[in-house]
Design a protein around this ligand. Structure first.
Ligand SMILES: Cc1cc2nc3c(=O)[nH]c(=O)nc-3n(C[C@H](O)[C@H](O)[C@H](O)COP(=O)(O)OP(=O)(O)OC[C@H]3O[C@@H](n4cnc5c(N)ncnc54)[C@H](O)[C@@H]3O)c2cc1C
Length: 429
């Protein structure tokens, strides 16, 4: 794998404490690897097992073609339906801490201009991230992660939904993304497993798919081989502050000194920083998935069943159906009703898709920001603490560029200018 030029240097013979990365999901693991390659001594702390948070059972799509935030005018309508309990895709746990201010910010961010601006910014990161993935995933690693480059097909049931999809595709086209419109008959030829009524579909040929869990595992093994101290089963409880700087991390392992701390703890990132007076705008957004092998009815490429808010993607010999957004859920507990709804809804589109073996049921918590922008960079008031989180529905897509930007933050006196809209400052809830 190509290596970046070293950015972080200590004087010969001087031993500085390590950079401690908290969180062994896709973002933390790639960040630890990138920092090591930039010359840092790195310790990665994961309270459970590597890659078993949100990075485990997600849809695994790398989607510069769909950089749009959840916060947009259409989401306000869906949000109102959720408020009266009539949305199948979205629920909000209103009494959970932080939910009300988060939703307030979400509504503000849903203005059309704001959503377009965020889409543009996130697209720039996603496009760069995809280029980084090309370096990160040479064969056979790409094959081991089930990497496919057949694009992502957004399928619409109604003409109204398709028209909205075309508007979105035109906006993506203005950002340089290729797209192609398929009418109903063309779609039926392309994906015969789908059943009608089908208004049409939009193909984003530049989008890709993989399984993120084997990718995280492989990158963690690579990081360990290159000298990162990878510590699963090590929960960070608090950051130690002395003289206005964070000097270490306290946890069930005792106290570990740190030159810098990178908080990549996914949906739990805000918890770790709250005692420092830092209020990250990150809320948990639980999603579910069902994974199984199937003999028939498997689509030939990843599908977004737009009107049902579901994604169906196969890789490494299994099919995965994922969806649902439950905001403010603090724990990754399966909801059988949600899983049943996902299955029933998917059957309406793909009735021939049946499990040929056991079904793996999973849920994970996405780290959601109200404006759809990840939080990347140093924390105001504690400059040796950096955040790499809040990637919401795009953590797999954006992990490599996040890792690169964090390494640049450590190597430069000021954060890189392109990080401006993603910095933690000014975004407290
Ligand atoms: C159903 C679903 C489908 C999705 N589909 C896609 C997709 O197609 N494309 C895409 O790009 N993204 C997708 N996502 C989003 C993506 O999965 C997440 O954005 C991404 O996994 C976040 O990675 P992370 O490393 O920040 O968090 P996580 O993977 O959750 O990792 C955080 C880790 O930090 C650990 N941790 C937390 N607190 C501590 C602590 N105090 N001490 C030590 N360790 C700690 C946790 O145990 C966890 O392992 C999907 C998500 C879901 C739920």
């Amino acid at each position: 794998m190509p290596r970046p030029a070293p950015l972080i240097r200590s004087a010969p013979g001087v031993t500085t404490p390590p950079v401690v990365v908290v969180g062994g999901g896709i973002v933390g693991v790639l960040t630890a690897l990138e920092l090591r390659r930039a010359g840092a001594t790195v310790t990665l702390l994961e309270r459970g097992r590597i890659g078993e948070g949100a990075s485990y059972g997600n849809a695994g799509l790398l989607v510069p073609g769909d950089p749009w935030p959840l916060a947009r005018p259409a989401a306000v309508v869906e949000g109102l339906r959720a408020l009266v309990g009539r949305s199948s895709a979205l629920t909000v746990r209103w009494r959970a801490p932080g939910v009300v201010p988060w939703v307030g910010r979400f509504l503000l961010a849903s203005r059309p201009g704001a959503a377009l601006r965020t889409g543009r910014l996130v697209h720039a990161l996603a496009a760069e991230s995809l280029a980084r993935y090309q370096e990160l995933l040479p064969e056979p690693l790409g094959a081991a992660c089930g990497l496919t480059r057949r694009g992502w097909l957004h399928v619409h049931r109604s003409p109204g939904s398709l028209a909205a999809g075309v508007r979105q595709a035109r906006a993506a086209g203005r950002l340089g993304e290729a797209w192609r419109l398929l009418d109903g008959p063309a779609l039926a030829r392309e994906e015969p497993a789908l059943t009608g009524p089908l208004a049409g579909a939009i193909l984003y040929p530049g989008d890709q798919g993989l399984r993120s869990y084997p990718l995280v595992q492989a990158c963690a093994a690579q990081a360990a081989a290159e000298g990162v101290c990878v510590r699963p089963g090590a929960a960070a409880w608090a950051l130690r502050v002395r003289g206005g700087r964070v000097t270490g991390v306290v946890g069930d392992f005792g106290e570990l000194q740190a030159s810098h701390v990178v908080v990549a703890a996914g949906a739990d990132s805000a918890t770790l920083l709250r005692p420092l007076g830092v209020r990250l705008p990150i809320l948990s957004g639980r999603g579910h998935s069902l994974t199984f092998t199937a003999a028939d009815g498997v689509p030939s490429r990843p599908l977004h069943l737009v009107d049902s808010h579901l994604v169906v993607a196969s890789a490494l010999g299994s099919v995965r159906i994922s969806g649902g957004m439950d905001l403010g859920i603090g724990e990754a507990r399966l909801d059988p009703a949600r899983l049943a709804a996902i299955w029933t809804e998917c059957q309406r589109w793909l009735p021939g898709l049946r499990p040929a073996g056991p079904v793996e049921e999973w849920c994970g918590r996405r780290p959601m920001t109200p404006d759809g922008r990840p939080v990347i960079g140093p924390v105001r008031g504690a400059p040796n603490v950096l955040v790499a989180s809040g990637h919401g529905m795009l953590g797999v897509t954006l992990a490599p560029i996040t890792a690169r930007l964090i390494a640049r933050c450590l190597g430069e006196a000021r954060p890189p200018v392109e990080l401006g809209p993603f910095l933690p400052r000014g975004r407290a809830l």
